[in-house]
Design a binder for this molecule. Structure first.
Ligand SMILES: *[C@@H]1O[C@H](CO)[C@@H](O)[C@H](O)[C@H]1NC(C)=O
Ligand SMILES: CC(=O)N[C@H]1CO[C@H](CO)[C@@H](O)[C@@H]1O
Length: 374
């Protein structure tokens, strides 16, 4: 409703209106003075940089975790997984956009990249990711987070990305200084093509084990909740003993596998579409991404332990890429018995408790019936 209309209707007289305007003016003056003092004013550049840094990291608390968009890939028929992803995202205040998975058999032979001699299911998986990269380019997203539909993340995902953003704004592995634009509005910087956040393994470049940024993260999984592949990788990069379960690592990506969760920049999407479509395709999408990293044709970073994990229920439902045994049963208990690894506090496990209620028990505890009768 229009506020002036409210004033008119409630018959507010002029003096009161003037007093209100004066009040607003005072509040505005005080607020702008505070704002200038707070370091946004350009006379105090040292305060600006720390201030704008933390302000930038705080965009990790927004609905797209500080990225331009969050996309997720799901086969059109996997409405069960789409329900799960929308529910999970809503519980974490994240907004996700569906990119439909592709049935490899539907890809015309003419549309298959050169050199790609792949099973339809593997080709379909590549196509879905290529569609996501295209979406990033078409919509001119500066960055995007690309997720698959069978994942889990930590309850404190925003905090985890906030802490990662602080690290990436102070990234010691960067080759070039951040531009003014990056400093002002890129919470994770823009000096990379792909940021691996949901790999099922990676390994450092054997000649570059010194390239690692190790940082404290209170939301890192404990040693016993961390898979051996990541413990080994951490050890190779110098995180051992008591540091396991306390530290996360940022390092140049070299041999990541799986595409459960990764971020890309716009130029990253262009480079991937160039090398993994236009020029050909050498293997499954994740393998070719790793080979392209090893060839040095794209620049990537990997976060270890990863921030996205596979959610597994057992049986047929766990894969839309291959069916090891077509007679394999559906898991009996589905999501009720599902599990993920490498997370300190699974958001999927948490949401069941967060949404639980005991309506009739509440009535009994509140003694409402008794009150109503008195
Ligand atoms: C979240 O922050 C990023 C970085 O500033 C921005 O690009 C994105 O649009 C924001 N998302 C929302 C939903 O506002
Ligand atoms: C499929 C394809 O052609 N990939 C190429 C990506 O780039 C590297 C380096 O230029 C080539 O060796 C690959 O063949």
């Amino acid at each position: 409703m229009n506020p002036t209309l409210v004033f008119a209707k409630s018959g507010l007289r002029k003096p009161l209106l003037l007093a209100l305007i004066a009040g607003f003016a005072i509040v505005f003056t005080v607020a702008s003075y505070a704002w200038m003092r707070s370091g946004h004013h350009n006379l105090v550049p040292s305060i600006i940089s720390t201030k704008s840094k933390s302000t930038l990291a705080s965009t990790a608390w927004n609905e797209t975790l500080g990225f331009s968009k969050v996309l997720y890939i799901s086969m059109p028929y996997r409405t069960d997984r789409q329900d799960a992803m929308n529910l999970l995202a809503s519980m974490s205040d994240i907004k996700i956009k569906l990119i439909e998975g592709v049935d490899g058999d539907s890809i015309n032979a003419k549309a298959v990249p050169d050199k790609a001699d792949l099973k339809p299911s593997v080709l379909g998986c590549w196509r879905a990711h290529a569609d996501a990269w295209r979406d990033v380019i078409d919509n001119n997203f500066e960055t995007a987070l690309i997720l698959e539909d069978d994942i889990d993340w930590d309850e404190n995902i925003h905090q985890i990305f906030h802490d990662l953003s602080l690290q990436m704004q102070n990234n010691k592995l960067r080759l070039v200084k951040p531009t003014d634009h990056e400093r002002a509005s890129a919470p994770y910087g823009l000096d990379w093509d792909v940021l691996f956040l949901g790999q099922c393994l990676d390994q450092a470049h054997p000649d570059h084990r010194d390239l690692v940024q190790i940082y404290d993260d209170p939301n890192v999984p404990s040693r016993k909740d961390t898979q051996k592949v990541f413990l080994d990788e951490m050890e190779s990069l110098g995180v051992t003993g008591d540091d396991v379960g306390k530290k996360r690592l940022l390092s140049p990506a070299y041999g990541p596998a799986c595409t459960m969760g990764y971020a890309i920049t716009r130029i990253g999407a262009q480079r991937l579409l160039l090398n993994l479509s236009y020029l050909g395709l050498r293997g499954p999408v994740d393998n070719d991404m790793a080979w392209t990293l090893q060839d040095g044709k794209i620049r990537g970073y990997t976060v270890t332990p990863p921030l996205f994990a596979a959610w597994r229920v057992g049986g047929q439902k766990d894969s839309d890429n291959y069916t090891p045994d077509p007679n394999e049963a559906m898991a009996k208990n589905g999501n009720r018995a599902g599990l993920s690894q490498n997370l300190k506090s699974s958001a999927r496990l948490a949401m069941v408790g967060q949404l639980a209620m005991d309506n009739w028990g509440d009535y009994a505890r509140e003694g409402l019936e008794a009150k109503a009768n008195t």
